[in-house]
Design a protein around this ligand. Structure first.
Ligand SMILES: CC(=O)[C@@H](O)[C@H](O)COP(=O)(O)O
Ligand SMILES: NCC(=O)COP(=O)(O)O
Length: 237
């Protein structure tokens, strides 16, 4: 079984549009868990345009499943994660003004930096994952950082799959095989959806967790959160 962690950034985007508390992010997180999702993911960004740092603290006492916080480990992010101690931190090398995540780590170039920050999180009992492109050298580099897991950056797969190019899964499968050999746990995310998730899961040996936000919340506009989450759980079983 692959766990579903729902990224609730878009709920915060909607709430922030009016400056009040509708929709109530904490209630939505609780409901998502009630509907069966096995985790909640947030990706606070430096400008707090969707998830605010305070949301991360408030969610700490609400989330009873896996709590995954994603972001670039700049000083204030690292401080927050060390105070909250979520189940997992996912390190993403985003530029401060990135619209969304658009690249994984260069684990070869940044190996020493990643090693240091990863050991700090692990010393504090937080599982680590690093966001990576599907490249074998990058997976080898990831193993040398000491991270518990990698998160495969799936935008390229999702784009190609939508165009009918199923061959696009190949580099991801090869990376997953190598990651398994190197004892790295495998997560995945970015632009995964009800359309592509089953094919992706079926081609990735030992896929532990997917974090899905943009498509899932968009699909829920038509079918409702409860039905959409049930749909993902069926495909990930
Ligand atoms: C790492 C990743 O792929 C997601 O966390 C994605 O970056 C979501 O962030 P936004 O909701 O800001 O697009
Ligand atoms: N780590 C990926 C994530 O949390 C959600 O990405 P997306 O589904 O919003 O593209």
């Amino acid at each position: 079984m692959t766990k579903l962690s729902v990224n609730i950034n878009k709920i915060a985007t909607l709430r922030n549009a009016r400056g009040g508390n509708v929709p109530d992010l904490l209630k939505v997180a609780k409901d998502i868990e009630t509907f069966g999702a096995q985790g909640i993911t947030i990706h606070p960004r430096p400008d707090e345009r969707h998830i605010r740092y305070q949301d991360a603290y408030d969610l700490k006492s609400i989330v009873t499943t896996e709590f995954n916080i994603e972001g670039n480990p700049m000083d204030n992010f690292t401080k927050m994660v060390l105070e909250i101690k979520p189940t997992q931190v996912t390190l993403v090398p985003d530029a401060v003004d990135a619209i969304t995540s658009n690249a994984g780590w260069d684990t070869v170039k940044h190996k020493d930096y990643l090693k240091e920050i990863i050991s700090e999180f692990k010393r504090n009992g937080i599982r680590t994952s690093i966001f990576v492109n599907s490249n074998l050298k990058i997976i080898e580099g990831a193993a040398e950082t000491g991270t518990d897991r990698i998160e495969l950056y799936t935008e390229e797969f999702a784009d190609q799959y939508a165009l009918g190019n199923k061959e696009a899964i190949k580099p991801y499968t090869e990376c997953a095989i190598l990651a398994n050999k190197l004892n790295l746990g495998i997560n995945a995310g970015h632009d995964l959806s009800l359309d592509n998730i089953e094919f992706f899961k079926n081609n990735i040996p030992n896929l532990l967790e997917v974090s899905i936000g943009h498509a899932l919340i968009s699909e829920a506009l038509y079918d409702g959160l409860e039905n959409v989450i049930a749909g993902y759980l069926k495909k990930l079983a």
